[in-house]
Design a protein around this ligand. Structure first.
Ligand code: UDP
Length: 252
């Protein structure tokens, strides 16, 4: 069988042509990057864990009627998704102050926000993905007012779902980023959640201990990222608990 044709290689994933013209295969790499790829590493097993966790979240969203591009997981590192036209805006939802918002507005990290706050960032690595307003998005044709209203409503539904899932495993959803794409059906377009939802794009803090269970562990050199992702995947029930033995066991 000929190797799939590559469409695009990003920082953490590779996209290949899918079996049908309206599908794509997403391959999850082990590469970790931070600070717009100024910091890089290969984290053994990260791609496998993110493929599993993203499948878990996207399947849950599809089930409760929040449309996503996800069709099915194909193997350890690949999933089949609908081809979409990605809107060039990263949508960030924040429940607790952290990261760039804390720095920009001087709000102490960990402060509960009075309501979820949504922000849009223009996807452009050369500009470092700047924060933009709805006015910019409309004026420059990145999204219409109707798109933006739908994106906000989708983002809030994802937030409700993800907060619930995380609370169930003893984790606070501090903030996260999603990407949204257009699917065209005849003359109509639908917006769906695209890309991935994984600890690479969320801030997750243990409710009891405050331990970080997301990519900040890599950004801030707080420990072994693969161990932290494996702990999260185990709590989510998408990976069996680590065995305490290192090798095969003799049976009586
Ligand atoms: N985020 C992301 N990709 C980006 C920028 C941010 O996935 O290119 C996520 C990040 O992991 C966090 C949330 O969006 O969960 C908010 O990030 P923030 O604006 O605080 O930026 P950071 O402090 O990560 O630079």
């Amino acid at each position: 069988m000929p190797r799939r044709r590559m469409i695009y290689e990003g920082k953490a994933k590779i996209l290949y042509e899918g079996p049908d013209p309206d599908t794509i295969v997403q391959y999850f790499k082990d590469d970790a990057t931070a600070f717009n790829a100024a910091k890089k590493a290969v984290i053994d097993g990260k791609g496998v864990l993110n493929n599993r966790m993203s499948e878990h979240f996207m399947t849950g969203l599809n089930l409760i009627g929040v449309p996503t591009h996800f069709i099915k997981r194909l193997n350890m590192r690949e999933q089949l998704v609908r081809k979409v036209e990605v809107i060039p805006l990263e949508v960030v939802v924040r429940n607790i102050a952290a990261g760039s918002m804390s720095k920009r507005l001087g709000i102490e990290e960990g402060t509960n926000l009075p309501r979820p706050i949504i922000e849009f960032y223009y996807k452009d690595d050369n500009l470092n993905d700047p924060l933009v307003t709805e006015e910019h998005a409309i004026a420059f044709g990145w999204a219409s007012q109707q798109d933006l209203d739908e994106m906000i409503s989708l983002a809030l539904r994802v937030n409700d779902f993800m907060c619930g899932v995380m609370y169930g495993i003893g984790v606070k959803l501090v903030d996260f980023k999603i990407e949204i794409g257009r699917i065209f059906e005849g003359d109509f377009q639908r917006l769906v959640v695209a890309d991935e939802i994984s600890p690479d794009s969320c801030r997750l803090w243990d409710i009891e201990t405050g331990k970080k269970l997301d990519k900040d562990v890599f950004r801030q050199d707080l420990g072994d990222l693969a161990d932290v992702y494996a702990e999260l995947a185990t709590r989510l029930g998408v990976m069996p608990k680590k065995s305490s033995t290192t090798g095969p066991k003799l049976v009586d």
